[in-house]
Design a protein around this ligand. Sequence first.
Ligand code: 5GP
Ligand code: ZN
Length: 117
Amino acid sequence: MAGEAQADCVFCRIVAGEIPATVVRKSERTLAFRDISPQAPTHLLVIPRVHYPNAAELAAAEPAVAAELLVEAGEAARAEGLAAYRLIFNTGAEAGQTVFHAHVHVLGGEPFTEGLV
Ligand code: 5GP
Ligand code: ZN
């Protein structure tokens, strides 16, 4: 059922403490931890504790949790000392999504010379 933990989901397993992660920030409904394969000097993932396959589905079903995800992404970036950063929501395999539990990437620590859009 939507919102329920999935046994085969790596991020649900991190929330449950079954897979270790370098957690940098926790809130009642979210968790922020370092990406295992960083693509920038600072690369965090912020996830809801509840399982939804992507950020848009999370926002549609539980808008307060989606808002908390963004607040926590900003707070985590600030705590990392990032003056500027990118938030990325890959949605769909063709867009590079590999973990189908909603998450936002927080990328920073190097100058971004090119805009993606
Ligand atoms: P996506 O490509 O789905 O937007 O991003 C998934 C991210 O999760 C990838 O950047 C990948 O490196 C990260 N990731 C996958 N498995 C793990 C894990 O077990 N621990 C951590 N910390 N990150 C993971
Ligand atoms: Zn999950």
